[in-house]
Design a protein around this ligand. Structure first.
Ligand code: ZN
Length: 227
């Protein structure tokens, strides 16, 4: 490991991180990633009227099992602003980006920006500077606030808005789903993440329903990694 990474990792050992945590594959991988690096880890989950309350239950079960302080923030406002296929049972989830559209209807406009901003406010009240989020540009599916450029921009804005030195960590930014499984495996957590996290749009834990877009992406990544 290069010296600068050794020094950086040693610095983080005295710090606390706040992980934006949904109970899915990506954010659970980030949770373990943070637990390996930081002295302590706190998790925050946003309740925005997801189709499946199971998502919140799953996040709560994981943090309880791992003994991690867990905050659940009510973001019902988001559903009021932008009802979409992730929050409304009567809107089917797009399998792909529809013709003439720039994003699938599972997009909640501004979601990551809002989540990171609220997480930052919570973090400051707890003297936490490090924010960890599982956004990725590699599986980019039309969500502009998952991009590296946006995260860097928001980091500067948050620092200016609260006169605080936040550091936003995005360990999955350049990883595809197969590489995210690989990271889980390297931490010895592949089975844990495979069986205890919830990614499926139909609310089924572990391997999921098998046919929704989230299940397909997750399974294809796992198959690619295990080959
Ligand atoms: Zn599914």
């Amino acid at each position: 490991m290069p010296l600068k990474w050794v020094l950086l990792n040693n610095m983080l050992k005295d710090e606390t991180a706040l992980v934006i945590f949904s109970g899915g594959q990506d954010s659970t991988t980030c949770l373990f990633w943070a637990m390996e690096r930081f002295k302590s880890v706190v998790a925050v989950t946003f309740d925005y009227g997801q189709r499946h309350v199971a998502e919140i239950d799953c996040a709560r079960a994981i943090t309880t099992e791992l003994g991690i302080e867990h905050h659940i923030l009510d973001m019902a406002l988001l559903n009021q602003l932008a009802p979409n296929s992730l929050t409304r049972n009567d809107i089917p989830v797009d399998e792909a980006i529809p013709d003439g559209q720039t994003a699938p209807n599972s997009l909640v406009e501004g979601r990551n920006m809002l989540f990171l901003t609220f997480a930052a406010i919570l973090a400051k009240t707890k003297n936490i500077k490090h924010l960890v989020t599982g956004v990725s540009e590699t599986d980019f599916s039309g969500y502009p606030d998952c991009r590296h450029e946006f995260i860097q921009s928001l980091n500067v804005t948050l620092n200016l808005s609260m006169a605080y030195q936040y550091v936003i960590h995005t360990p999955l930014m350049w990883l595809d789903k197969a590489q995210t499984w690989q990271l889980a495996d390297e931490m010895g957590k592949l089975e844990y993440i495979r069986t205890k996290t919830l990614t499926c749009y139909n609310g089924i834990i572990g391997d999921g329903c098998g046919h929704c877009p989230a299940c397909t992406l997750r399974r294809n990544g796992l198959e690619k990694f295990t080959k």
